[in-house]
Structures are given as structure tokens and as C-alpha cells.
Design a protein around this ligand. Structure first.
Ligand code: AMP
Ligand code: GLY
Length: 421
């Protein structure tokens, strides 16, 4: 079967790499892909939000299934666009995607179904917000309701910070804002838990902990993710049972009641306190860089998983992961997440000798006549799997050092919570 992948990051390169290994996959097209996917698939320079153009290309090239990497096309309704057409789409439909597309929608589900999450207040104007903040305890968290590329969340230490955040949101920094979400600040340690679902059944799809801050020791500005380790050190049978019974199952039931059809990955962002899970957020896709970290440990054919979700037969499939640990370190452009240069040549990538347990997934890269150049803040993902986190990290860092890209930087302490040095 010919398959299309929507997106251009490290997550999509990892998905492409896994699908390439499947005997069931003939040709892969990436909309639009990056220099990494270009090596193993055909990149098609189309906007991932232009569903009609993508559809035309699918028809012309006999693409029978689309896998959607990022959230934006899902929230904009790509699954609904392809409904009743002869192209399967792996991803949740528009109603289901509101779990990520509207934080207030999700909070209301939590309230209705008693799902553990932070206490919250929804305000409908700047005045109402400021009055509420005057009588609040700090720290607290202010969030824009809709998609904001990971930037619409403010952890506020005092009234002035909170007022400034609310003004930015109501002034339209993240698009038209008619409501704002104010949340109690949750203490604890974060964990990401993943499932895959066909709309009726769901299966575990890995756990991880990512490092969002730019600086070592988890300091500095927030980024899209500087690296990640999997599995999360927090996962236990007892915790997993609570995550399933108190969070996942009520949410999937709610989506079903609302008439949504959820076929895809669901990312459950959690705060864990005293072995109890609290929902921070849902993402209606795999995480990035969690996907790059987890997929190399997947033993089941990814195409079988995607097909069984599209066909509603996930209950008949066993999904196996190896027992390996995995670490992903992201090589970024110097200056990220603030100002950085693009179009910097990356020499020597093809000459790097990867061990059998290693992968390099491209993120912000572009193939040009002059060679591969950077195009974005997060440029390359280096992943190593092994029986031991220390070994994973040492081998990953050695590989990055061999590349020796002078315009890049990376965190050397990814996985510090599971590596004692
Ligand atoms: P979100 O986009 O909602 O996941 O928020 C981004 C990040 O902000 C999370 O990964 C947490 O680190 C932090 N965060 C969000 N909500 C809370 C909360 N209620 N309490 C503490 N930290 C939070
Ligand atoms: N790693 C965080 C995310 O994918 O949103």
C-alpha cells in the first residue's frame, strides 16, 4: 500500500522510518517532509493544511492511507475532510481533536466525568480575569484556550505576571480570545503516557519524560523539547491502573458520547504526585521528541497498528516493545528558542557510522543543491537504545560529537533523573 505522512518534523521522520521497514508499505510520500524523509520517501512540497491538494495528490499516486503527525491539521478537520473517501486516515476526527484544540473543552470533560486535574476557573473578559486574580494565591497557571504551538501557557509567580499574561492572551497574541483558563499550580513530577486507539479499544504505546527547558538542570526558557528518555521512571502497575480508570477510559467514553471517533495516538500529559496522576493536558498525536524516543523500541510492525486502528480491529493485535531504554537528544541551532540562523550547512551526516541501536531523525533540515542545511530551531534528533540509560546517553553524545556541527548546541544532561553521575 502507498502511504502518505503529514508533517515535517522528527516525529514524522521516525514514523516514516518505521513504516519503511514494513512489508505492507510500498511507497511513502511526505507532506512536506524534511531532508531525512527525503532519503527514504518522496517529499511533496504541499501545505499540510491544504486538504484538497493533498487529496488530489493521493488520488494521482494511489495513496490509500494518510498518517497525520502534527495537531494542526487534525484540529482543522483533516479526518472529516477524508470521511467517506477511499483513503484511510490515521488520526482523531474534529470533535475528538478538541481534546487538544480547546483546553477549556477538556477541562469541562474533566469536571463532568470527575477526571483528576488541577482546579480551574474560566473567565470571559480581561476585567473578570483581573478581579479573580486579585483574590488568588500564587503561583498559578494562565492558559490560552486554543492551539498556540506550545506557547500559550504561563506559569505566574505573582499578580503582575498573571495580569500581563492575561492581557497578552485577550489582546490576541494566540488568536481571538473570548475566554481564558486559570489553573491551580500542580506540584509533582511530569510524565507522558501514550496510547493508540481504534475508537473502541486502546493499547499502551509507551511512556516518557521530556526535557522542555533549554538549559541543563531544567533551567531557562521553554522549548519544543530538548530531549527525552523512555520509559518514564515513574510508571508502576498501580499508577498505570489509575491513569487508565480515572483518566483514559472516562475521556474515551466522553468522546464517544459526544459523537467523536478517535482513531489515533493520544498523548496524556500528567503530573504525578504521591503515585497519583493529575491530567495537565491531552495532545491528539504522538509527542515530539517522545515519538522518536519510543518508536525505536517498537517490535510490532507499525503499519499493522495503523491499519488495525483504521479498521477497528486493534483488539486482535498484540503490540510489543523491547525492554530497552531509550534516550533522544535534540541538536538545536545556536540561539534557539530565541533568535537563530537558518540555512547553515550540516556536513558529514552521511559519513556518520551508526551503531545498530542508533538512529538520527531529522527535524529542521532541508536538502538543497549545496547539501543539507538547517531550517528551524530543533534540527536533528539523535537516539540510542540499550539496556542502560547511562550507555544510551554516552553513545548518543559521542555520535553528536562526531558530527561536530559548530552552529549547534545540545543538553548533555538528558535523562538526569534516571542517571546518577
Ligand atoms: P500544557 O501545554 O498545558 O501542557 O502546559 C505546558 C507545560 O506547563 C506543562 O508541561 C507543565 O510543565 C506546565 N503546566 C501546565 N499546567 C500546569 C499546572 N496546572 N501546574 C503546573 N505546571 C503546569
Ligand atoms: N514533547 C511535547 C510535545 O510533543 O508537545
Amino acid at each position: 500500500m502507498n502511504v502518505g505522512i503529514i508533517g515535517s518534523g522528527g516525529r514524522e521522520h521516525a514514523i516514516c522510518y518505521m513504516l519503511k521497514k514494513s512489508k505492507k508499505v510500498s511507497k511513502i510520500f511526505c507532506f512536506p517532509g524534511n531532508a531525512g524523509t527525503d532519503l527514504i520517501a518522496q517529499n511533496v512540497n504541499l501545505d499540510p493544511d491544504n486538504f484538497s491538494e493533498i487529496e488530489k495528490h493521493c488520488v494521482q499516486n494511489n495513496i490509500k492511507m494518510l498518517v497525520v503527525g502534527p495537531e494542526k491539521p487534525l484540529v482543522k478537520g483533516i479526518v472529516n475532510h477524508f470521511k467517506d473517501k477511499s483513503i484511510k486516515v490515521f488520526g482523531p476526527d474534529m470533535i475528538s481533536s478538541k481534546l487538544e484544540g480547546s483546553k477549556i473543552f477538556t477541562k469541562k470533560i474533566c469536571q463532568k466525568y470527575n477526571i483528576p486535574t488541577s482546579k480551574f476557573k474560566i473567565c470571559e473578559s480581561l476585567n473578570e480575569t483581573i478581579e479573580y486574580l486579585k483574590n488568588s494565591y500564587f503561583p498559578l497557571v494562565i492558559k490560552a484556550d486554543g492551539l498556540a504551538s506550545g506557547k500559550g501557557v504561563y506559569v505566574c509567580e505573582n499578580f503582575n505576571d498573571a495580569k500581563k499574561a492575561s492581557e497578552e492572551i485577550f489582546n490576541g497574541k494566540f488568536g481571538l480570545a473570548e475566554q481564558i483558563l486559570i489553573e491551580e499550580f500542580l506540584d509533582g513530577e511530569e510524565m507522558s503516557y501514550f496510547i493508540v486507539t481504534d475508537g473502541k479499544n486502546y493499547k499502551f504505546f509507551g511512556s516518557a519524560q521530556d526535557h522542555k527547558r533549554v538549559g541543563e538542570g531544567d533551567t531557562g526558557k521553554n522549548t519544543g523539547g530538548m530531549g527525552c528518555y523512555s520509559p518514564s521512571r515513574l510508571l508502576s502497575d498501580n499508577l498505570e491502573l489509575k491513569i487508565k480508570k480515572k483518566i483514559i477510559e472516562p475521556t474515551l467514553n466522553a468522546i464517544d458520547e459526544y459523537g467523536g471517533v478517535y482513531k489515533g495516538f493520544l498523548y496524556i500529559g500528567l503530573m504525578i504526585k504521591d503515585d497519583s496522576p493529575f491530567l495537565i493536558e491531552f495532545n491528539v498525536r504522538m509527542g515530539d521528541p517522545e515519538c522518536q524516543t519510543i518508536l525505536p523500541t517498537l517490535k510490532t510492525d507499525l503499519m499493522d497498528i495503523l491499519l488495525s486502528c483504521c479498521d477497528g480491529t486493534l483488539n486482535q493485535l498484540k503490540i510489543n516493545f523491547s525492554k530497552s531504554k531509550s534516550i533522544c537528544i535534540v541538536l538545536c541551532s545556536k540561539g534557539y528558542p530565541e533568535k537563530f540562523e537558518n540555512n547553515i550547512e550540516i556536513k558529514g551526516l552521511e559519513q556518520l557510522n551508526l551503531l545498530e541501536n542508533q538512529n538520527i531523525f531529522h527535524a529542521g533540515t532541508l536538502k538543497t543543491k549545496a547539501g543539507i542545511v538547517s531550517k528551524g530551531g530543533r534540527v536533528l534528533n539523535f537516539v540510542s537504545t540499550s539496556e542502560d540509560f547511562t550507555k544510551c546517553r554516552d553513545e548518543t553524545i559521542n555520535l553528536i560529537k562526531k558530527l561536530n556541527w559548530k552552529k549547534g548546541f545540545f543538553r548533555r544532561d538528558i535523562g538526569h533523573k534516571v542517571i546518577k553521575t
